[in-house]
Design a binder for this molecule. Structure first.
Ligand SMILES: CC(C)(COP(=O)(O)OP(=O)(O)OC[C@H]1O[C@@H](n2cnc3c(N)ncnc32)[C@H](O)[C@@H]1OP(=O)(O)O)[C@@H](O)C(=O)NCCC(=O)NCCS
Length: 157
């Protein structure tokens, strides 16, 4: 697991396109990078090739950017899925967040997956994504009431 470097962009694109089966998420990563809104961008390598990627970008809570981040997108090459690469990326990303004292990390994702990394449902604390989907919206860190918006490159539904 390491931070992305200059020269990784094409491989990161390919991983996202293959994992999602479309170009949208790869475009989001490129747009976040171009906007300087990719404070955490990690790649996973196997046998010297990039096979996974995780991005985190700033969010606002009730319009305020306090340094909290949203985890999205994350992608692992289909041929390399279900062998722990995604989990290793999430754990590495959250370790960086703890080291940087990031207050809160949110994710829109599957209830079967993200709780194992310490994410809990956000809605019971009154923390909601403006796009809804309470049942899929998780957070870890200092949960509090508020309405979350992602970066415009990601969009809010
Ligand atoms: C989600 C993703 C990054 C996980 O990567 P991975 O390397 O396969 O993850 P891991 O090997 O660490 O973990 C595998 C676990 O994730 C679970 N999982 C993966 N995708 C899932 C999904 N869509 N729904 C529910 N569980 C899922 C698997 O059930 C598996 O759990 P298990 O080991 O208990 O059976 C990968 O499947 C992927 O790239 N998917 C397509 C893109 C995507 O949907 N990204 C997430 C949204 S941003």
């Amino acid at each position: 697991m390491r931070a992305e470097r200059v020269g990784d962009n094409d491989a990161i694109r390919r991983v996202n396109e293959a994992a999602f089966g479309r170009i949208d998420e790869a475009g989001i990563v490129d747009a976040l990078r171009a906007a300087g809104a990719l404070p955490i961008s990690l790649v996973a390598e196997l046998d010297g090739a990039i096979v996974g990627h995780l991005a985190m970008s700033p969010i606002t809570i009730d319009g305020i950017d306090d340094g909290s981040l949203g985890l999205a997108p994350m992608a692992v090459l289909p041929s390399r899925q279900r062998r722990g690469v995604g989990g290793a990326l999430v754990r590495a990303g959250l370790a960086i967040c703890r080291a940087r004292r990031i207050p809160l990390v949110v994710v829109l994702g599957h209830a079967a997956y993200y709780p194992r990394f310490g994410f809990v449902p956000a809605a019971p604390a009154g923390l909601r994504w403006i796009g809804g989907h309470d049942a899929s919206f998780f957070a870890t860190g200092a949960l509090r009431r508020g309405v979350v918006r992602y970066r415009p490159e990601i969009g809010d539904g």
